[in-house]
Design a protein around this ligand. Structure first.
Ligand SMILES: [Zn+2]
Length: 55
């Protein structure tokens, strides 16, 4: 897994999961109180997060 950061500095992990034959899908994962969860928006600043916009 790779570590990426939002523009606000929040840290995420990027997990690559198989979504089909020869296909890997990137999931952006945040560690929360209830464990790891896939997010589409930064829980910190609310900005949409995707694999290409994270640093
Ligand atoms: Zn953020």
């Amino acid at each position: 897994m790779q570590e990426r950061y939002c523009q606000c500095g929040a840290a995420f992990l990027v997990a690559y999961l198989r979504g089909g034959p020869a296909q890997l899908r990137a999931h952006i994962v945040a560690a929360g109180k209830s464990g790891m969860l896939t997010v589409h928006r930064c829980p910190c600043c609310g900005q949409p997060v995707d694999i290409n916009s994270l640093r």
